[in-house]
Design a protein around this ligand. Structure first.
Ligand SMILES: N=NNCCOCCOc1ccc(-c2cn(C[C@@H]3NC[C@@H](O)[C@H]3O)nn2)cc1
Length: 447
């Protein structure tokens, strides 16, 4: 038997996001976001579902705080709905919206739970989308205006701030692949959006420093890890491009002040350019206090001409899969974290999302989600290997506290450690909740 131990000040948390759990989509002055528009457009979401009610967390704050308190986490990562705070994206502030988030933060602090506040978890106000959305450089300043409203209201209460969640999803998945809101399929548009998101990040970090906001600020890219099928240079270069789409594309500008040439050249060959202006990279590369990492899966992959955007194809390595149809690949978690440390230095890292989707069932009031427990254990073992290799990981957040609206998959994909019956909204802690509760209490687990 082995004991997997964690540093005494290691941060244990769970994560959610506004559109996925709050509901109350048309209440108390909240304005529409691109996800309200996208989810209400038939054909975009499985079962034509939407986030109008979701987990109804907007009305169940006390209940969800009690779940967090009982779980024993010392960190809760949530996101703010921009259009709940500034319904039109810029200008008038919705007092009720701001008050909701201050109540949330006050209750967390009352129970000794550190709030980790994500400012952008994809719910761009629809009014800004109608003016060009993230393709319009003006949206950068609109985001900074919104961020300043949140900094001024919650300064001293929120000490960990995240500018952007998964900019790859908010740009390429949303504007090139088209699976997420607003659902475009235009590569140049996606590159423009990615650049303006990074600009919004950089200018928001500048504003954070100018306002002398207490605490630390970072952002949370999502990463994957493609392992080359062979040591042939074509396979290794193909995997580097596939990994770079998530890693270098969103981290080189921040940590190196430049885009990765091996990818800008690849895009240039396709006639794709970056809408770079003088000074942009200086803005984007404002020093951050930490890097958030969202990791779920990896793949074995190899070069295949004319396959996808980067001539790379995934191979079925025979690994087990979650019900999201993703391979369970904890070695990829280790590899990507070591790679990030090697390329960017030993910046403080929070794992801001890691978790597994399984089609859980409730039997006699209990959810025996052993597979989710096994997934989390495997990834925490890999995380512990990283700690032993000197990677500066400060904490870990399970995605997610609650089963919730999983974007294009609606309510068909359950990532929660708490089961939600979407007819009754009843919450039932799963076995994984109790396993995580014990881990947090002990700060170790056995294998
Ligand atoms: N890898 N190659 N892709 C090329 C082709 O991609 C097609 C689809 O791609 C992706 C990639 C990533 C995701 C994803 C989902 N979550 C889970 C959410 N995280 C934030 C939180 O809101 C959770 O709900 N994290 N990541 C989905 C789809």
């Amino acid at each position: 038997m082995s004991v997997i131990q964690f540093p005494k000040d290691f941060v244990w948390g769970v994560a959610t996001s506004a559109y996925q759990i709050e509901g109350a989509a048309f209440e108390d002055g909240r304005g529409p976001s691109i996800w309200d528009t996208f989810s209400h457009t038939p054909g975009n979401i499985i079962d034509d579902e939407n986030g109008d009610v979701a987990c109804d967390s907007y009305h169940r704050l006390d209940e969800d705080i009690a779940l967090l308190k009982e779980l024993g986490v010392n960190s809760y990562r949530f996101s703010v709905s921009w259009p709940r705070v500034i319904p039109d994206g810029t200008g008038k502030v919705n007092k009720k919206g701001l008050q909701y988030y201050e109540n949330l933060v006050d209750q967390l602090l009352e129970h000794g739970i550190e709030p980790m506040c994500t400012l952008y978890h994809w719910d761009l106000p629809q009014k800004l989308e109608e003016k060009g959305g993230w393709d319009n450089r003006d949206t950068i300043d609109a985001f900074v205006e919104y961020a300043n409203v949140m900094f001024e209201r919650l300064n001293g209460k929120v000490k960990r701030w995240i500018t952007l969640n998964e900019p790859w999803c908010a740009s390429f998945l949303s504007h090139y692949i088209g699976e997420h809101a607003p659902g475009n399929q235009d590569l140049q548009l996606a590159v423009n959006v990615a650049h303006h998101l990074l600009m919004a990040h950089g200018k928001t970090v500048q504003a954070f420093r100018e306002l002398a906001v207490e605490g630390e600020i970072g952002y949370a890219p999502n990463v994957t890890w493609l392992e080359p099928y062979s040591r042939k240079s074509e396979d290794m270069e193909a995997c580097r491009r596939g990994n770079g789409w998530f890693i270098e594309w969103f981290m080189d500008p921040v940590f190196k002040g430049e885009y990765p040439a091996f990818l800008t050249n690849w895009f240039a060959d396709k006639g794709i350019t970056i809408p770079l202006k003088d000074g942009d990279l200086e803005v984007i590369s404002q020093p951050v206090d930490f890097l958030g990492i969202n990791y779920y899966n990896g793949n074995l992959a190899r070069h295949k001409a004319n396959s996808g955007l980067f001539d790379v194809e995934n191979i079925d390595a025979g690994y087990d899969k979650t019900d999201f149809d993703w391979f369970i690949y904890p070695d990829g978690f280790y590899s990507v974290l070591l790679y990030v440390k090697k390329r960017y230095g030993n910046i403080p890292v929070y794992i801001t999302e890691n978790g597994a989707c399984y089609d859980d069932v409730v039997e006699n009031g209990r959810v025996r989600d052993e597979q989710r427990i096994a997934y989390i254990k495997k990834h925490l073992i890999a995380l512990n290997r990283c700690l032993e290799s000197g990677v500066n990981i400060k904490g870990y957040h399970v995605w997610s506290l609650l089963d919730n609206f999983e974007w294009a998959y609606g309510y068909t994909k359950r990532f929660g450690i708490v089961h939600v019956d979407f007819q009754t909204l009843k919450r039932i802690p799963k076995d994984s909740y109790y396993w995580y509760q014990k881990l947090i209490r002990n700060n170790w687990f056995t294998i």
